[in-house]
Every structure is written in C-alpha cells, then in structure tokens.
Design a protein around this ligand. Structure first.
Ligand SMILES: Nc1ncnc2c1ncn2[C@@H]1O[C@H](COP(=O)(O)OP(=O)(O)OP(=O)(O)O)[C@@H](O)[C@H]1O
Length: 777
C-alpha cells in the first residue's frame, strides 16, 4: 500500500509552464476556462510556441505565468490542446516580475509603488519571507496594517488553494471538486483528508464513497478501520433517505453495509458492522431502537412530531358549539353558499371544529375545499370573530392560519378561500440554512391552523410545524392519501391515517363528477382499482391519443399548435412526464416545445446555460429549489422576463430575470442551475399544483415509473382538460401497479405508544361511528 502511494507521489507529471496570453472561453458558474498559453518551458514532447489549455481554474489572470499539469488531447476542430488536471502560479523570480505580480489585480490595494517598496526591502524571496512571518511587512515604511493583513491573506489563499489542488490531483480529484473542497475546509482540507477521507463524503456534495475509500486505502487505512465501517454505515443510512425511509431494519442495514464495503482482500462480517453500529449508537451518531437503525435527525423528527401531537390533543378545546347550534350555523352557511353539505362533509366540519387535530382526506372533487370554507365560516360564527383580516388591528390577533407545502398550493388555497395563505416554510420563517424562526419558544399566533396538501409534507417539516403550534391552537390537516408520498422521508399522512388514533374523515362522494367531469371520474376509477380500456373513451374534457414513443414529440407539438390556432392560451397547457431521459422524456420535450413556442429570433435575448440549455426571454421556467429570501419555492412556475448583459447593470454580471406571477427574481449565471424549462415538468414536481390543460405522455419505456400513485397524481392535476398520449397498455399496466417500494417509518408505532388509550374524538369514516343530524333526514 505504502509503495503504491509513494509511486503516485513521485511519478513525474507532464507539465507546461507558460504565460497566459488571453482567455478564449470562461464559464463563471463552472470555473471552466479555455486559454491561449505562450510556452516557456515543458517536459512534454512539444515544440510549438503556444498551446491552448483547458480545465477548471480558480482565477486565471492574463500575463501571469503558470505551470499546468495535464495531458495532450486532440480536438477534432481546434487541433492539439492541453487538458489541465492541476496547476500552480509560478511566482516570478526576478525583481521586476515580482513587482508586476504583487501589483496585479490579485492583490487588492497594492500598487506599483508599494510593490516596489516590498521587493526593495525583502528581495527576490519576498513572498516566502512574508508567508513564513507576516511581521516582516511591518518593518516596511508606508504599508499600513490593514493593507499588510490583506496581502498576507490573499497570498495564503492563492498558495493554499494551489497547494491543495496539486495534492488532490494525485488522487485523481479534478480541479472542480478541489474547488468545492477548498471552499468548505480552506487550509484544513489536506489534514482532514489525511485523518478521515470519509468526512469528504458527508460534507462535500458529489464526493463519492468509493473515491474516499480509494484514498483511505492509498493512505494505508485498513479495510476494517472503525472510520471505514462507521462511514459506510452512515452512508447507507443517508442513501436510504432518497427512497423516503426514516430508518432501515438492522439486518437489512448490515447486509447493505457489508455489500458496500466488500473487498476481495478482506472478509467483513455482519458482526463487525453490528459492533461498530453499537459504538455509533453509544456516540449518538446513529440511533438503534427496536431493531431499527436511524439517523438521529430522523429519529428525533418522528419522536418530536408524535410528542407534539400528544401535547396538542391532550389540551382542551375552548368554546365548541352543541350539535344543535352547529346545525343552525351550517344551515345559514348552506343558504349563503347555495348548497347542501353531504353527510361526510357535515361530519368533516363537525369533527374539525370539535377536535384539536383532525384529518380530512379525499380524492379530487369530493369537496375538500368546500369543507375548508365551511369550517372557516362556522368557526367564525361560533367564536364570533371576523374572517376578513382587514378587520383586525394587529395581525397577531387574526385567528386563522392557512398554509400548504408549495407556493402554488398556497396560492390556490388563498384563491379558493379568499383568505391569506402562505407556504409552510414562510409561515415558520425559514432562513434558508440554519432553521426556522418559529418553534416552541417562538410559537405561531392564531387559533385555527389549516394545512392543505398534507400528503406532501415530510417528517422533518411536519415536526418543525408541530413544534410551533401552541397548546390552544386547533389543527386541520387536508390531503389525498392516494397521491405520491412526500419527496422527503416519511409518509406522515398515511401513517397518521393508518394509526386511526387521530380523528379523520374520508370524503368519498364525488361532487364535481356530477357536473360531468370525465377527469374526476377517471381519477376515482383509478383510485378504486377499476380502470379498464372502457374507462379511456374520449369525452368532452378527456382524450386518449394512441401513439408510440417515436411519435410522441410530434403528437405533443401538434396538440400545442392546434390549441394555439384555436385561440387557447398555451400558458394554460402543461405537459407532465415521469422521467427526464427517453425519447418521450422531459428534456427532449422541453427542447422541442421551446423551439415551437418560443423560438430564437434576431431581437429576442438569450443566454446559454450548462448542458446546452438556452434560456430565452419569454421562456416558461420552473424553480427547482426553495429560495425563501426571494419568496420563490421549489415547483413555482414563472417566465423569463428579461436578460441583462454584464455592462447593463451596476453589479457588472449577466442577469436573468424571472417573473413569478409578477414577483421578479434575479438569477446570476451561478444560479441558473436553480431553474429549468417548464413546458414539460416531472409529475413529482407537479404535486400541489393544478393546470387547466394537462398533456400526459405514457409509454412502456417509462417502465418502473409507471405506477398507480404517480399516474393518479398526474391526472388529478388537470382542471379542465386532460390529454393522455401514448400506449394504452402501458397506461393500464401503470394504474394497476401499486408502489411496492415500502417506506420504512415508525411514526405509527410512536403514535400507538403515546396516544393509545387517550380519548380523542372517534374516527368517522364508518357510518356507525358518528350520528349526525343527517341520519334523521
Ligand atoms: N355539497 C355540495 N353540493 C354541491 N356542490 C358541491 C358540494 N360540495 C362540493 N361541491 C362542488 O363540487 C366541486 C368540487 O368541490 P371542491 O373544489 O371543494 O373539491 P376538492 O376536493 O377541493 O377538489 P380538488 O381536490 O379537485 O380541488 C366544486 O364545484 C364545489 O362547489
């Protein structure tokens, strides 16, 4: 092992030393540059005077001398190039060179005069003298303390980064990754690598476990070293979060870790891993409970959520109405709304007003929104409070809080109720990194909290939300349990329902169907596992266009063109697909639809982002991450409103402005990864949103993505018209395929442990469980 390491370090690397003449291309976001170099010296077999070098660089400057390590590569169009794997600045060894170097842009505040003075005092070895002892600068007259400190810092950073780049390149770590590592650890990067390379896996996005393992072995770390076993275990647990798990059963965990750490030279037993897991358990780096292994953040999220639920439901409710009073109030609301609530709907209203925490669940068109409105009006009547926020002098006195996990869902809730509604992140005051402003110490103010689209809420967010709910607040959770579970870990809604410990009402009667909606009918047929070929007959709001994968793009673009020629606003059309790659995948559909809907013109501005993506003014785009500081959230859809070149704004950077319903957000090049085209978006991203017209491609190559809850979620996103294109067999197979990927969660058990025996209001989905006035009608 040691021998191997020595040979890596001593290997004579190919290099070219040269002066950077000019930069041909520079990508700010990726730090990727292509530059023309005047060759001064090389150990490569290269006789030309100059060469084009390309690679990832921190901060290359024209006229500076660098030593580039790498290899030659012939480009089909541009000929011979030098592909750089690492580099370092060559510090000039003449007095004049040194003065030019120190007075360059790299060192802020050092002009030619000061540089001359430094070199005059310290000589040709000025830089190493300063790096060895920064006090040498204090003896030079005319150099103020601040300036000296800044110079030392810049020198250290340059030297430090390059030193780290050179060292990391020996392990095959490229410049791009080296930059991320340097940004995170600064000068400690190599020390950390030496002591525990596995730490990189957990701290640096995209740093693979295998790479850390390879480095650990090159550094002589044994295959059974506790760091290796511990890192392998935590890595397996972290990976499992991507599949929505909250824990992994111990035996499954042991098998997965042994598999990950398998090496032909050393047989690791499950016992070795189990012993290490026990140690990690003692150190509180994992939690082992009832034979399951958790990462602490997930264990405490479930634990915290269950405790807060218990705290809430064991506190009394103030002022509920008697059944007779409620009947009277409901009668008045029915008159105002010109409708008559169904039995389940009445139960839902009654239950929600009468319990500390209630769940109302139901498919599309079953009246969830109608019930929310009924509850709000009835609460206002019972408690004699106004619904209109304008009637309150202090916002804190307003009793209602309406929230949802996504911006679009919150907006819909606001539109359907006419009351203010915000995202859960905004409600809790998420600062973007450290956590939420609202918690036990700083709870929410209000009396009645309604959370819509609760199926999308993961266990972390549920825990943070419930922490902030004060004792005297009532909570209503609304959601559709047949939709996709949350993207994050857990299946909170479905665990709450299956525990049967929290009062819930299932709305099953479909009201919108009565208005003749085929979309709703299809959704319920899928929900009830009764979908067949006959369910797919065209209707006024539904069509199934039969086509193959190769014809998909053509079919979708034709639908768009036809819709546009009929005067339909194409902004109302949304294509939803399950996956990015494939002939009928999101990436390709977006590309084609952009060409059709928003083609290149002479006057329209555009910018090129990574992977050949072009953003053009007028493009429909979707936000991919939460950006609370700008009030835009994952899944928000907007339009590119403007593009500014770097000389058109005071920041001197290229800017792309996206308008999200009139709210403008500015993106610099480095932020372009936070948006993508939205002519076609993934079904996962469409959760919580609705669109007037949905086009849903379904082909057999989507394969394992074709599952009931995914297709159900897609279909229920359409409000006026649904067009499914593709293969009928694939669709029918999909809606009959249940998601067998069981999520490991223990919320139900946590609830049973805490809540069993505690009197909450009974569940009322079964007829005999509750008697309402409707039973006597
Ligand atoms: N009791 C009722 N009598 C008459 N119409 C009703 C009743 N309940 C709901 N509706 C109507 O049915 C339609 C669907 O109701 P609502 O929007 O409340 O359902 P939803 O479950 O929120 O639907 P979705 O999840 O699709 O948004 C609405 O037009 C609503 O006015």
């Amino acid at each position: 092992m040691e021998q191997q390491r020595q040979s890596i370090e001593n290997e004579e690397q190919g290099y070219i030393t040269g002066v950077l003449l000019y930069t041909i291309f520079h990508n700010e976001q990726e730090h990727f540059s292509i530059a023309k170099i005047k060759v001064k010296d090389t150990n490569e077999d290269y006789k030309e005077k100059d060469i084009v070098a390309k690679g990832y660089f921190a901060n290359l400057q024209e006229d500076k001398t660098y030593r580039f390590y790498g290899s030659f590569e012939r480009h089909s169009k541009f000929g011979m190039q030098y592909k750089v794997t690492s580099y370092q600045t060559v510090i000039p060894d003449t007095k004049d060179g040194l003065i030019a170097y120190l007075s360059s842009d790299m060192f802020y505040g050092i002009g030619k005069k000061t540089a001359k003075r430094i070199v005059g005092h310290l000589g040709e070895n000025a830089i190493s003298k300063i790096l060895n002892n920064k006090d040498v600068l204090h003896d030079i007259p005319g150099i103020k303390h601040d300036k000296a400190e800044l110079l030392v810092k810049s020198l250290q950073e340059n030297q430090g980064f390059e030193h780290i780049v050179v060292h990391l390149s020996k392990y095959g770590i490229g410049l791009k990754m080296a930059q991320k590592i340097y940004q995170k650890y600064k000068d400690e990067a190599l020390q950390i690598l030496q002591e525990d390379p596995y730490q990189y896996v957990f701290d640096i996005e995209g740093f693979g476990f295998q790479k850390a393992d390879e480095i650990a072995r090159q550094s002589g770390l044994s295959l059974t070293h506790p760091n290796r076993l511990g890192a392998g275990s935590i890595y397996v647990l972290q990976k499992s979060i991507q599949d929505g798990h909250v824990f992994i059963p111990l035996d499954t965990c042991l098998k997965q870790v042994v598999n990950l750490l398998y090496h032909s030279n050393e047989k690791l037993s499950e016992k070795d891993i189990a012993d290490r897991l026990m140690e990690l358990n003692k150190e509180k780096k994992v939690i082992i409970q009832n034979g399951n292994v958790y990462l602490p953040s997930l264990y405490y999220a479930e634990d915290g959520f269950a405790s807060n639920l218990k705290r809430l439901i064991t506190k009394p409710i103030e002022n509920t109405a008697t059944l007779a009073e409620l009947m009277k109030i409901i009668g008045q609301i029915e008159e105002e709304e010109i409708l008559s609530y169904g039995k389940e709907q009445f139960s839902a209203i009654n239950q929600s007003l009468d319990s500390k925490v209630t769940i109302v669940t139901g498919g599309p068109g079953t009246g969830k929104t109608t019930v929310i409105k009924g509850i709000l009006k009835a609460y206002a009547a019972i408690h004699d409070v106004a619904l209109d926020i304008k009637e309150y002098v202090k916002r804190a006195d307003y009793p209602f809080i309406l929230t949802a996990p996504t911006g679009r869902a919150a907006k819909r809730l606001n539109e359907s109720t006419g009351l203010p509604a915000v995202t859960i992140h905004r409600l809790l005051g998420w600062d973007g990194k450290d956590g939420f402003e609202k918690n036990q110490q700083e709870p929410l103010t209000g009396k009645f909290l309604i959370v819509d689209e609760f199926s999308m809420v993961d266990i972390w967010l549920a825990n943070n939300l419930f922490k902030a709910v004060p004792d005297d607040m009532q909570v209503l959770l609304v959601g559709d349990e047949d939709q996709l579970p949350s993207v994050g870990p857990g299946q909170v809604l479905s665990d709450l329902l299956s525990s049967e410990l929290i009062p819930f009402v299932s709305l099953n009667e479909v009201y919108r169907q009565k208005e003749g909606s085929k979309i709703i009918q299809l959704a319920h047929t899928i929900k009830n596992n009764a979908c067949s070929s006959g369910s797919l007959k065209n209707d006024k709001d539904f069509s199934f266009i039969h086509c193959h994968e190769q014809q998909m793009i053509d079919v979708i673009t034709k639908i768009y063109s036809r819709a546009s020629s009929k005067g339909i606003d194409i902004q109302d059309i949304q294509v939803l697909a399950p996956m990015y790659r494939s002939q009928a995948g999101i990436t390709l559909i977006n590309k084609e639809l952009q060409e059709l809907v928003n083609p290149k013109t002479k006057t329209k501005r555009e910018v090129k982002a990574a992977n050949d993506v072009v953003f053009r003014v007028g493009d429909k785009v979707i936000q991919l991450v939460n950006q609370p500081e700008d009030h835009v959230y994952n899944g928000d859809i907007g339009e590119v409103a403007a593009i500014f070149t770097e000389d058109e704004n005071i920041e001197n950077v290229e800017q792309l402005v996206v308008s999200f319903d009139g709210k403008e957000v500015v993106y610099e090049r480095k932020d372009y990864i936070n948006i993508m085209h939205a002519y076609c978006i993934s079904i996962h991203k469409s959760q919580g949103s609705e669109f007037p017209i949905v086009i849903l491609p379904v082909v057999s190559t989507y394969n394992r993505m074709l599952r009931k809850n995914l297709l159900y979620t897609a279909i229920t996103r359409s409000k006026q018209s649904l067009i499914i294109c593709g293969e009928e067999n694939a669709f029918l197979r999909g809606v009959r395929t249940l998601d067998t990927n069981k999520r490991y969660t223990s919320l139900k058990e946590q609830l049973v442990e805490r809540l069993q025996g505690i009197e909450t209001k009974p569940a009322v989905d079964e007829e005999e469980k509750v008697i309402t006035p409707y039973d006597f009608m």
